[in-house]
Design a protein around this ligand. Structure first.
Ligand code: F6P
Length: 342
């Protein structure tokens, strides 16, 4: 059997480790053959494939990014898009099935293609950790480590100047990165998309920390909304899926905090730093295991499913289980952390 592997959507530390895991297990245990698909669904639509052997994946577990390239292409768009055309393209290249490594958009496309008769398997990916049906997604732990390290650094400079430091982290719809890195770094306020707050509430926590002689640290998810705001802050236009490109809420909060509290305040947007570089050891293990199990899933004929983490086990779940609703931060997890605020 010849299987195409693609990475689609925003990149994420651990993608290369998944690819390596699939190819090693697939070639050594199952006699599978692989092709790499360049730039996500774009490569499927264009038939842009290249042979992927053990040689191409050597040493990849620790390398960030993706050797396959990625894009946010919709496989149903364009003159060569759609399930019928894709079936013909795969047939022409003698590719029997696809393993798609991606987030919600990728898995939604994979689910639709699967319903339309294409053999597709999924591996969930997102630094935001916003996918249901998997306890953790790889890339998240690395992002939390990077954000925590950045905030540790912000705290020493904040302490020196007795300033309030605002750190903006990724998290389009969910606040997992903010919550975990905020707890790890000892933030005095954590602002996440799931829990709107007023400026006064944020400023109270800042003032409380400052009054105790601390340099306040505020962590905010890019998707955070102040009470009453209906949309997250966006002034960068739309992405390929017509979603607003987020980022910049930290720069909105900082001058307001300074104006209301009188405490000098600086904002830092961590942005794509959180997605770059080597995966953490946790993410290398998780992504390698997902890759190994994805190769097994091909042999099981588990098309229309994705591999996922449940507790410490890797299981197979239908695409639909991961779609429709997001893995949001439950209120009790936020309330638990609130003892640390202010
Ligand atoms: O989905 C992961 C993510 O990193 C989000 O946190 C962020 O909003 C988005 O991707 C950024 O996308 P892009 O790399 O296209 O700017």
């Amino acid at each position: 059997m010849k299987i195409g592997i693609l990475t689609s959507g925003g990149d994420c530390p651990g993608l290369n480790a998944v690819i390596r895991g699939i190819v090693l297990r697939g070639t050594t245990s199952h006699n599978l053959e692989f092709v790499g698909i360049r730039d996500g669904w774009r490569g499927v639509v264009d038939g842009d494939f290249f042979p992927l052997t053990r040689h191409e994946v050597k040493g990849l577990a620790k390398i960030g990014g993706t050797i396959l390239g990625t894009s946010r292409t919709n496989p149903y768009e364009g003159p060569r898009g759609g399930a019928e055309n894709i079936a013909k393209t795969l047939d022409r290249h003698r590719v029997d099935g696809i393993i798609a490594i991606g987030g919600e958009g990728t898995l939604a496309a994979a689910n639709r293609l699967s319903d339309d008769g294409i053999k597709v398997l999924g591996v969930p990916k997102t630094i935001d950790n916003d996918l249901r049906a998997t306890d953790y997604s790889f890339g998240f732990d690395t992002a939390v480590n990077i954000a925590t390290d950045a905030m540790d650094r912000l705290r020493t400079t904040g302490d020196s100047h007795q300033r309030c430091m605002v750190a903006e982290v990724m998290g389009r719809h969910v606040g997992w990165i903010a919550l975990h890195s905020g707890i790890a770094a000892g933030a005095h306020a954590i602002c996440i998309p799931e829990v709107p707050m007023t400026m006064d509430e944020i400023c109270q926590q800042v003032t409380k920390a400052h009054d105790r002689g601390r340099a306040p640290l505020v962590v905010v998810s890019e998707g955070f909304k102040l009470t009453g705001q209906t949309e997250a802050h966006s002034d960068k236009g739309l992405d390929a899926f017509n979603r607003p490109r987020l980022g910049g809420i930290g720069e909105i909060l900082a001058p307001e905090i300074e104006r209301v509290t009188g405490i000098e305040t600086r904002a830092t947007v961590l942005g794509h730093i959180q997605r770059g570089g080597s995966p953490s050891a946790f993410d290398r293990v998780l992504s390698t295991r997902l890759g190994l199990h994805a190769a097994d899933a091909v042999v099981d004929g588990a098309w229309g499913k994705m591999v996922a983490l449940r507790g410490t086990d890797i299981v197979q779940v239908p695409f639909v289980d991961a779609l429709g609703a997001l893995n949001t931060v439950p209120l009790y997890r936020y309330e638990e952390a609130s003892a640390l605020f202010g």
